[in-house]
Design a protein around this ligand. Structure first.
Ligand SMILES: C[C@](O)(CO)[C@H](O)COP(=O)(O)OP(=O)(O)OC[C@H]1O[C@@H](n2ccc(N)nc2=O)[C@H](O)[C@@H]1O
Ligand SMILES: Nc1ncnc2c1ncn2[C@@H]1O[C@H](COP(=O)(O)OP(=O)(O)OP(=O)(O)O)[C@@H](O)[C@H]1O
Length: 302
């Protein structure tokens, strides 16, 4: 918890979850620590975690407080604060800036944990954005993105939001301009507007899903090459995808490494039909209603 050594102002960042509209997975590469080559279209969705960063007295170090109704394995006593993605991001930007990490962080979690929605990456990105403002570094997003890429594949995208193409192990980004041709094409295909997220109590470990992918391969017709592997580990996700498609979703698929399911709905009747079938047949544990695309927001609150 934050103690009395808090001084100065607070910066608040609301950072959205990510999903992958397409996720093509290639071979693992030794130079990337065994991570796989990817070609993906990222999309930010308006389920946001809030991170606040407040200056602390010199030499007092960092603090972290996490709140939220669904904290998954972050709530367990074994969850090590120093390995939290937000804290790793704080250490990384402090090192790059040549400063001590004397910052109080709070995270209000709304993005389901271990869910394929990039929640830890969103918190890390939010921390970089918050500390950049708190310390008045004014570094461009590209410089923050270089730091983020050292921490995780999804983290660079979470700094930008919107739509982007990711290559390399996911960290090389081509941002798709909101009014550009590719963004308009995605919108025309139904990848904007209402999104329902089917969330689960269960978590899936990203490395385990990639390992299952190495073993099982993919369904070449799937937009998400990890879908078959994740469904083999969590079959309810597959049932929820099928039911959403039958209930009128324009697109329904596994989010990233799962187990969450994302369903784009063309209109309110489709939102209701998907919600009804998911609830009636208990295909998901929780439904979060959101919109896409979304973007992070930064504000100074004190
Ligand atoms: C599934 C996705 O969320 C899709 O965007 C990402 O590929 C995973 O992104 P992430 O969780 O930020 O990934 P990282 O923290 O960099 O890596 C976690 C683990 O996922 C696996 N991993 C990740 C990215 C990648 N291109 N190939 C991989 O095989 C590796 O086992 C790695 O140790
Ligand atoms: N700030 C954080 N928020 C969520 N998880 C965190 C955080 N810091 C560390 N973690 C750990 O990271 C693991 C993955 O959590 P996260 O919610 O980022 O999963 P994910 O959405 O499946 O990730 P991705 O789709 O990027 O692979 C969890 O086991 C969790 O304990």
């Amino acid at each position: 918890m934050i103690g009395t050594d808090i001084i100065g102002r607070t910066v608040r960042v609301d950072c959205p979850a990510k999903t992958n509209l397409t996720l093509y997975v290639g071979a693992p590469r030794a130079e990337w620590g065994g991570r796989h080559e990817l070609d993906t279209i990222y999309c930010a969705i308006s389920v946001c975690d809030t991170v606040t960063a407040t200056a602390k007295a010199p030499g007092t170090g960092f603090s972290l407080s996490i709140e939220g109704a669904h904290l998954g394995d972050l709530a367990s006593s074994g969850s090590d604060m120093r390995r939290n993605h937000a804290v790793l991001a704080l250490f990384a930007i402090a090192k790059a800036a040549g400063r001590d990490p004397d910052v109080g962080l709070t995270i209000t979690k709304r993005i389901p944990v271990g869910a394929g929605l990039g929640g830890g990456s969103a918190d890390a990105a939010a921390t970089l954005l918050a500390v950049n403002r708190l310390w008045e570094l004014d570094w461009p997003l590209e410089r923050l993105s270089d730091i983020a890429a050292t921490l995780g594949a999804d983290m660079p995208f979470c700094l930008f939001g919107g739509y982007a193409r990711g290559t390399g192990f996911g960290e090389r980004l081509e941002i798709l301009a909101p009014d550009g041709e590719q963004a308009r094409e995605l919108a025309a295909q139904g990848f904007r507007g209402h999104v329902l997220v089917g969330a689960y109590q269960a978590q899936l470990s990203t490395p385990e899903v990639y390992a299952a992918f190495d073993h099982l391969g993919t369904d070449p017709a799937a937009r998400n090459h990890l879908q078959r592997a994740a469904i083999s580990l969590h079959p309810r996700s597959g049932q929820a995808i099928d039911a959403a498609a039958a209930a009128g979703a324009s697109h329904a698929f596994l989010s990233g490494s799962g187990p969450s399911v994302v369903a784009f709905a063309p209109d309110n009747p489709a939102v209701r039909a998907i919600t009804d079938v998911w609830k009636r047949e208990r295909l998901v544990d929780r439904i979060i209603v959101a919109t896409a695309p979304a973007a992070p927001s930064v504000s100074v609150t004190q």
